[in-house]
Design a protein around this ligand. Structure first.
Ligand SMILES: NC(=O)c1ccc[n+]([C@@H]2O[C@H](COP(=O)([O-])OP(=O)(O)OC[C@H]3O[C@@H](n4cnc5c(N)ncnc54)[C@H](OP(=O)(O)O)[C@@H]3O)[C@@H](O)[C@H]2O)c1
Length: 244
């Protein structure tokens, strides 16, 4: 497939590498322009392009950008095909992204994101840490293979997203519609907890809407006060301490 990835950081570059290795034609864009990611793109097997070029003939567009950056992308999607599948990997952290009142009031993050860009999105890869994405993938059928929740409203688009998640080394859990995608947001039991598909399904079901943002902020405070001293395993363990 022709895949355009907007965002070439922790998540975008890792997805580019994995999807290029799976045989896709991957274009990679950031905000600074293709010259700034020439070496990175070559290393991961993608073509460095402008944002407009990334979406122009894409069958799938993956947004791997900071949450607030969706606000500036409305015009960009005028360059994209009407049937393109758009996948949103983002998460909202008010301390980093600035407070967004609608989301603070309970609008699911990816519902807000799709309103900003004017296209329906599928939510995927948001609930996996970059390090897990890098090293935690396994071939399909491996016992205990980790899973990633995928939520969206269009059956064909979510099926495409699930297929791509599988190709990046993870089982894809059908986590329902986009309006339910708060169940995989930061501060929920499904968020970055490295679970296999059966446990991930239970975790998605256990989420409590009124607790998620409080859990998120408490964990962020704890991680910040640890000052980078926590190992990946310790971060996952702390995330797993969120049970609802
Ligand atoms: N890091 C994780 O473990 C993790 C896990 C799951 C999901 N996520 C989510 O995935 C998203 C990306 O996270 P990340 O860690 O990959 O961030 P990151 O390393 O900071 O990379 C962000 C990328 O987005 C690009 N970008 C920002 N604004 C843009 C715009 N308006 N147009 C085009 N490109 C733009 C940046 O380009 P420039 O450098 O040129 O500005 C950069 O390449 C976030 O929403 C995050 O919450 C992160």
């Amino acid at each position: 497939m022709k895949i355009g990835i907007i965002g070439a950081g922790n998540i975008g570059a890792r997805l580019a590498r994995k999807l290029a290795a799976s045989g896709h034609d991957v274009k990679l864009a950031n905000s600074k322009g293709p010259q700034s990611i020439r070496d990175l793109a070559e290393e991961v097997g993608a073509t460095p392009v402008t944002k407009e070029e990334a979406v122009a003939d894409a069958e799938v567009i993956i947004l791997a950008i900071p949450f607030a950056s969706h606000q500036g992308l409305t015009n960009l999607f005028g360059h994209a095909a009407p049937e393109v599948v758009v996948i949103d990997t983002s998460n909202y952290y008010p301390f980093r992204d600035g407070a967004i009142a609608e989301v603070d009031s309970g609008k699911p993050e990816s519902v807000w994101a799709q309103e900003q860009i004017g296209r329906p999105v599928v939510k995927a890869w948001n609930a996996v840490l970059a390090e897990t994405l890098e090293a935690g993938g396994k071939p399909a059928g491996t016992p205990g293979r980790l899973a990633i929740p995928v939520a969206g409203d269009d059956a064909k688009a979510t099926a495409t997203a699930r297929q791509l998640v599988d190709q990046t080394g993870f089982d894809a859990l059908d986590a329902g519609s986009l309006k339910d995608s708060w169940r995989q947001q930061p501060g929920t039991p499904a968020y970055c907890t490295e679970l296999a598909i059966g446990d991930l399904k239970l975790a998605v079901e256990a989420a409590k809407r009124d607790r998620a943002s409080r859990n998120r902020d408490a964990l962020m405070k704890e991680f910040a006060s640890a000052g980078g001293a926590l190992t990946h395993a310790q971060i996952v363990a702390r995330n797993r301490s969120v049970t609802a």
